[in-house]
Design a protein around this ligand. Sequence first.
Ligand SMILES: [Zn+2]
Ligand SMILES: [Zn+2]
Length: 78
Amino acid sequence: MKNLSSVLNVTINCSECGNRFKRKYSLATHMSTHTGEKPFHCSKCDYKCAAKSNLAKHMLTHTGENLSSVPYVTINVL
Ligand SMILES: [Zn+2]
Ligand SMILES: [Zn+2]
């Protein structure tokens, strides 16, 4: 009998924290949390992200804007 479940449940372990991922690119994205490649920091809390667009979305949680009604956001960092 072949054990199919052992084939279907292949996971990749993060070498840093042991989290398991089913896809290589999921692990690659996760690894950025360890490498610290998150140059965009929220000025109002300790949120950090790797993409400026993500920070723009996050800032809406502070400004109280309705995300669905805003097609795009321009943030002027002073
Ligand atoms: Zn990890
Ligand atoms: Zn924030």
